[in-house]
Design a protein around this ligand. Sequence first.
Ligand code: 5GP
Ligand code: ZN
Length: 114
Amino acid sequence: MDCIFCKIVKGELPSKKVFESEQIVAFHDIQHDAPVHILFIPKKHIPSMNDITAEDADAISEIHLAIKKVAKELDIHESGYRIVNNCGNDGGQLIPHLHYHLLGGDKLGPLNAK
Ligand code: 5GP
Ligand code: ZN
């Protein structure tokens, strides 16, 4: 499948990984929208939030626990951070493989920025 994030999962494309388990992986975003910008993805190719099912609940849950762990390791757990999922065209989703952005390390702007 011609999916950038599936290729990262398989190691066919390089990435700076910060967390990996059987079901999920987290790595630095190639561009930094904040001093800390990490992407968390399920290893399974799920195109978007619209496509998650009950069978994905473990992976989605694990992503939340990994976010907490990585935020602590990167020392932004007390200063604070933001989790973003862009879904579909209006949501600004560019890569059609479910992912959550962890943004932090600076005071972030308003959530409803266009
Ligand atoms: P989206 O707009 O789909 O929510 O976010 C996709 C994110 O993937 C963007 O922040 C973009 O910088 C990041 N990205 C795109 N291609 C690559 C890549 O090859 N490697 C990494 N690490 N990040 C990527
Ligand atoms: Zn994929």
